[in-house]
Design a protein around this ligand. Structure first.
Ligand code: MSP
Length: 656
């Protein structure tokens, strides 16, 4: 059977700990993408699973006094539980300790050995256990792992190697010939540079210490966990076991992962392995950014590895929302808050703000007020919209096109914004049409048309947000009285003409998103600011009191100035002075808004090193969240950027 389904994967997770909000991110997004493709009517296969043969899994088991397999069994089950709680609808779940996987790994190892892509040699070098990565001397940073900064160990072993160096040219040619293969675009350059630096052959075995897949015919060694793990993407769909299934799914349409495992493993090692096997390469690899929590790296040792379920539990308790709805709010937040591909910061403050503004005030309010009026004026029954002039149908149609185009390009923020534009249009329509006046004036037909149109928006929004907020969408459908048919609706049904049957009995309204208490200062609506106001706001923070306006060193030292590299720059619509800059701080990317558009064209800025205030409170400027502010001198209203004298200064360097 030829390829006939959309195939999407997440990385498989190490079972040394349960997921936190950071690593649940990949799965939440993958689930939304899979649901979106199902909603479009496509056959879809969504794969996730657990990576169990790692040394660190055995180490974590030992710490708890357990056998590795029993420990992995327990953790794999916990992963499934977490995904169930988050309503992750995967079609396949693979564990790398399963015989179906091990068989394929052994067969691939033997085949590549036979054809000369694997050979035996001696390995001497560094190994980072937490990252399960080999490093050459020059690849360490200050003697530590260049990826996680932890201690590395010296390894001197007879090993088998994968002849990665032989694939450089083919990999570069494939990348060149297939725009869109590596996304986002700015990460593609990292891969190209990594390959161009010269690929070294990779050691793909370790000494057998009692855990891992033994090398066929050489049981004193086990197969390197990354060689084993990457194979899950094909072993799980029947490679060498079920040709029909495999051919219907491979090549994968989208392989998602975080930026930490993008360049070296997924975009270099994995495609080379596939080339060695004569298999087609996946269509898209996407490397997303990293989440921090209140500006801090998320890690267990910092004690901030909060789980999505805990976050949702707190929100549900405080607001009174149902737990599944609060979980939807977490899913919505991570998709909406940060452009997919960039780094983001999770803070309770922004999470609460979004809950109150986007969910309670916009979406929830539209449904509640319309259903309340329907109860009051029509006993909660959908009336005949005789004077119905298509309502907001053109607005809905426009937004559904924009949202679909954005979701197809994995631009979730943009797609959700398009959906929210119709929710706002629906609320505005109700305000403008004043149904309460129509009722007083006895204009019953017009009144019916207005309420019908507002409900039409709620229904369209429910369909379109369902990939991100499945429980919410279903609850909206229940209150609209269309629960029974809702599950079978497709994206195309967004644009159904007269979507409600006259006489349908609606339910509620039961507020889906009870607003979080207004006492808390975090709940204040976000302020739209212009750049001058942003700088004034900085001055206003803990402003120094002395009359001479000198500031103390302590006060100054609170300001974090850093060198940043501009990765992308674009104009902001209807704001002549502003540019939106995507910047890198080395281990993090952000967006900032800068008032330099009159002095610099966007393309002049890309690649430049600049200096920014990195710990400025985020501000929304013309609809863009600005996470920092660049420094520039000003002469006659023209901005002149402050730049490090030497452009080799790495992005992220502190400025003192
Ligand atoms: N087992 C490997 C993947 C093998 S795939 C053949 C692995 N596992 S992991 O559990 O450490 O990480 C899984 C995913 O979580 C990766 O995509 C990683 O980038 C992502 N994240 C881990 N912490 C994260 C954040 N703080 N933010 C966003 N994603 C994060 O690597």
């Amino acid at each position: 059977m030829p390829k006939s389904a959309y195939y999407i994967t997440t990385p498989i997770y190490y079972v040394n700990d349960v997921p936190h909000i950071g690593n649940a991110y990949t799965t939440i997004i993958a689930d939304a993408v899979a649901r979106y493709h199902r909603l479009k009517g496509e056959n879809t296969f969504f794969l996730t699973g657990t990576d169990e043969n790692a040394i660190k899994v055995a180490a974590a088991a030992k710490d708890r006094g357990m056998e590795p397999k029993a420990f992995a069994d327990q953790l794999a089950e916990q992963f499934r539980e977490v995904w169930k709680t988050l309503d992750i609808q995967y079609d396949g779940f693979i564990r790398t300790t399963e015989p179906r996987h091990i068989k394929v790994v052994e067969a691939i190892f033997s085949r590549l050995l036979e054809q000369g892509d694997i050979y035996k040699g001696n390995y001497e070098g560094w190994y980072c256990v937490p990252c399960e990565t080999f490093f050459a001397e020059g690849e360490l940073e200050c003697g530590k792992c260049s990826s996680c900064g932890r201690e590395v160990e010296w390894v001197a072993e007879e090993n088998y190697y994968f002849r990665l160096s032989a694939f450089s040219e083919r990999l570069l040619a494939h990348i060149e010939a297939n725009p869109g293969f590596l996304q986002p675009e700015f990460r593609k350059n990292e891969v190209v540079n990594f390959i161009k630096q010269g690929l070294r052959d990779v050691s793909i075995t370790r000494k057998n210490q009692g855990w891992g897949i033994p090398v066929p015919g050489d049981p004193g060694k086990v197969i390197y966990v990354w060689f084993d793990a990457l194979i899950n993407y094909i072993s799980a769909i029947g490679y060498l076991a079920d040709d029909e299934k495999f051919n219907s799914l491979w090549p994968a349409d989208l392989q998602l992962m975080g930026k930490d495992i993008f360049v070296r493993f997924h975009c270099t090692f994995w495609p080379a392995m596939l080339m060695g096997l004569g298999l087609e390469l996946p269509k898209v690899f996407f490397g997303h950014g990293f989440w921090t929590l209140d500006g801090e790296k998320i890690s267990k040792s910092k004690g901030n590895a909060i789980s999505p379920a805990e976050l949702a539990g707190d929100l549900a308790e405080e607001s009174g929302a149902r737990l599944d709805i609060a979980l939807d709010a977490v899913r919505y937040f991570v998709a909406r808050e940060v452009s997919f591909g960039l780094d983001g910061d999770f803070s309770m403050k922004s999470f609460r703000n979004r809950f109150n503004s986007d969910l309670a005030n916009d979406l929830g309010n539209l449904l509640n007020r319309t259903l309340s009026m329907l109860n009051k004026y029509f006993d909660g029954v959908i009336p005949d919209p005789k004077h119905f002039s298509g309502g907001l149908a053109p607005v809905i149609a426009g937004a559904s096109n924009t949202a679909a185009e954005a979701f197809d390009k994995l631009e979730f923020t943009k797609g959700l914004e398009a959906i929210w534009s119709i929710i706002s249009a629906g609320n505005k329509f109700v305000n403008d049409m004043k149904p309460w006046d129509l009722e007083k004036e006895g204009k019953t037909d017009e009144l019916a048309g207005v309420l019908y149109s507002a409900l039409e928006v709620a229904r369209a929004a429910a369909i379109m947000v369902s990939p991100f907020m499945p429980a919410t969408a279903m609850e909206i459908a229940r209150q609209l009285g269309i629960k029974d048919q809702f599950a079978s609706l497709k994206w195309a049904n967004v644009n159904d003409e007269k979507p409600f049957a006259v006489g349908t009995k609606t339910q509620g309204p039961d507020p889906i998103f009870p607003r979080l208490g207004s006492k808390k200062k975090e709940d204040k609506p976000k302020v739209e600011q212009i750049p001058e106001e942003v700088s004034k706001a900085v001055e206003a923070q803990e402003a120094p009191k002395p009359a001479d306006e000198l500031i103390s060193y302590d006060y100054f030292s609170k300001m974090k100035l850093k060198v940043a590299e501009v990765i992308a720059a674009e104009r902001i619509e209807k704001a002549d002075k502003l540019l939106k800059l995507k910047i890198s701080l080395g281990d993090e990317e952000r967006e900032i808004v800068a008032g330099v558009a009159e002095s610099y064209a966007p393309e002049e800025l890309v690649g430049r090193k600049i200096v920014i205030i990195a710990n400025l409170q985020p501000a929304k400027i013309r609809g863009v969240i600005s996470n920092g502010m660049l420094l520039a001198a000003e002469i006659d209203g023209k901005a002149i950027l402050l730049q490090p004298e030497n452009s080799d200064v790495p992005a992220g360097t502190k400025v003192k």
